[in-house]
Design a protein. Sequence first.
Length: 306
Amino acid sequence: MKNRIDRRKLLQLGTVAAAFGMASVPVSAADHAANPVVKLTWIGASTMVIEFNGQTILTDPCFGEGDEAFIMGDPNEMFDLAKGPNVKAHRRITPFPGITSTDVDLVILSHAHEDHFDQKAETALKRDISIILPPQDTKKIAEKGFTNLDSLDWGQKRAFSVGTGEIKITAVNTHHSENPEIAKILGKGNGYWLEFSQGNWKKTIYWTGDTFASNDVIKTVQALGTPDIMVPHLGAVGSTGPLGEITMGASDLVPFAKSIKPGKILPIHHSTYELYLEPISELVGLNKDQSMAIDLVSEGTTVLYS
C-alpha cells in the first residue's frame, strides 16, 4: 500500500512518527495517472472528506468553531440519569480547516448526536443533499428539513458507479457502550465498510463509528474481510461521567486492531474538542513496539491511499 501525507500537517509530537513506524512513500504524477487513489482528508472530530474518481463523500459533518462549536449534553459531567445531562456549548480546541460543502456529493452519518452532526453543518448543508444514515435517526434529520435520506440498517448495502469504478457501502453494527443498558439509552448508530474499486484494484476502509469491540462487531468485520484502512473513533468520552466510557480509548483499540488486522490505522475523534478526554499520546505509548501501522495526522491533513 502506498500512502502520502502532507507532512506540514503532521502532529508536532516530536518522535511520534518514529514511535508509530510511520512511512510516507512519495506518489509520483505517473503513479496518479496509472493507479486509482482514495483521497482522505481529516477535518476534525469524526468529519472526513473522502474523494474517489470525482465523487466526494463527507462523513459526520461538524463545522462549528471556537467556544461554542456545538451544543449538546455533557457526558463527562456527573448528572442524574433520570434527568439527563447538562446541555451546554462545547469548545473546539483545534482550528477548523474549512470545507466547501457545495462540492459534496454524499453525506454518510454514523449517528445524529450533535458532536457528529453539529448545528453549523445543519445550517450550511443543502436540504436536498444525499445522506446515508442509521434508520433510528431518519425522523430527526427529516424534521430538520433534509429530504434526500437513505436509511441503512446493519448489514444493508449500497453501491454506485463512479467513473470507471465503483463504491460499495455496508452498514456495520456498533455498540456505543459496553453496558447494554447505556448503549440502549445512547441509541443505535452505524459503522461503515467502504469499498472502492476499479478493475482489479480495490481499497477498503472500515470506519468504526462510536463503538467498542464487542464479539458481534468483530465477527461482522472479519466476515467482510481484512480492511486496508481502519478509521477508529477514540477520545475515551464519558469516562468521568455516570455513563462511563462511551467511545474507545487507546487500550480498547489495541485488541480490536489485533482482531481485525488492518493494513493501516488512521485514528480520528480525538484532540479536536474538549469533549475528548484521552490524548492521542496514549496510543503512541501503547505502540512502542510499532506493531500497528498508524497514520497519525492533525486536522486538515490529506492522506492518499493507492
